[in-house]
Design a binder for this molecule. Structure first.
Ligand SMILES: Nc1ncnc2c1ncn2[C@@H]1O[C@H](COP(=O)(O)OP(=O)(O)OP(=O)(O)O)[C@@H](O)[C@H]1O
Ligand SMILES: [Mg+2]
Length: 291
């Protein structure tokens, strides 16, 4: 259960399973760089030649991407190209084995050396492509415990339930969610679009330094898409970074990317500016398989 409160979005993986001891051991805070120097343009995430496999099948085959503070990067690419795998490897999903490369975070911290919950506490957030349902855990408790763990890692005081209720209400209205959702179990019975909004609510509450949004636009109706995009734009600032995984230019009309990358067969094969997404919208991925 401890892990549930630390890593919103993929807690389901751990519910009912004892966390491996190396995920729960206390680690000295000296391992984390102090946030003394946070300026737009500083490198926030540097992925170099990242390789990963699942069940001995190689999926990521040398991914390179560098995200600086203040930047929005969109990752596009055909189904099965490895976009979600990249996002899950970055947050430490245990199904994936990193077989090569390196990932540094902020002032050079080795992201791959951190346990999943440490990554979450240190401000790395993933909004899942397929948010998980957690029966028996109320959304309000889940969110409060997660936010308090993040606040603790930042040296800030924890919210008591009453204080948190006020914060939650404000954030829920900012992402267009009714208060009816607070006492429901996490994502339990939520519609596809409601789950996506709930992921953005987590992001708004946790205020991550690096937010990875995996197809947050899929399943949203057009009004919800605008509300969610407004929530992301409200969170975006000069100090954080956003990685948006999407199939559609439509989202990028609302959240302007600084860079667009195309992933194919486990690698980023092209990078460019927003015009690259427009080109894809027009011509698709034909250039990946020239005849
Ligand atoms: N846990 C897993 N077990 C087996 N295969 C996996 C697993 N995770 C990913 N894969 C395989 O890795 C490849 C990349 O999957 P991934 O989900 O990263 O693609 P994607 O680019 O996110 O695709 P989509 O656009 O459809 O979401 C696929 O062939 C997928 O079947
Ligand atoms: Mg995916």
């Amino acid at each position: 259960m401890a892990v549930v409160s630390l890593l919103p979005g993929w807690a389901m993986v751990f519910v009912g399973q004892p966390a491996p001891s190396h995920w729960t051991l206390p680690r000295p805070h000296a391992r984390f760089a102090a946030n003394v120097h946070m300026a737009t343009g500083d490198v926030l995430l540097n992925v170099k030649n990242l390789q990963a496999s699942v069940d001995d099948n190689s999926i990521l085959k040398g991914v390179n991407i560098c995200v600086r503070r203040g930047e929005v990067h969109a990752i596009m690419g055909p189904n099965g190209s490895g976009k979600s795998t990249l996002s899950k490897v970055l947050v430490g999903h245990p199904a994936y084995e990193v077989t090569g490369g390196e990932v540094t975070y902020r002032e050079g911290e080795d992201l791959l050396d951190l346990a999943p919950e440490e990554r979450a506490q240190q401000g790395v957030f993933l909004a899942f492509q397929y948010p998980v349902e957690i029966s028996g855990v109320s959304n309000a408790d889940f969110l409060r415990l997660a936010v308090n763990k993040r606040r603790g890692a930042l040296g800030e005081s924890e919210y008591d339930p009453i204080e948190f209720f006020g914060v939650l209400g404000e954030k829920m209205s900012s992402v267009g969610m009714s208060m009816d959702f607070i006492n429901r179990d996490v994502n339990s019975g939520f519609s596809g679009g409601e789950k996506k909004r709930n992921e953005i609510l987590q992001m708004a509450l946790l205020e991550p330094e690096l937010a990875i949004l995996d197809e947050t636009d899929s399943g949203l109706d057009i009004d919800a898409l605008k509300t969610v995009a407004a929530g992301v734009n409200a969170y975006k600032n000069d100090e954080n970074g956003i990685v948006l995984i999407t199939h559609y230019q439509r989202l990028l009309d609302y959240i302007k990317p600084d860079f667009v990358h195309i992933m194919s067969k486990g690698q980023i094969v092209r990078s460019g500016g927003p015009e690259l997404a427009l080109e894809l919208e027009k011509d698709g991925y034909k250039f990946l398989n020239p005849v």
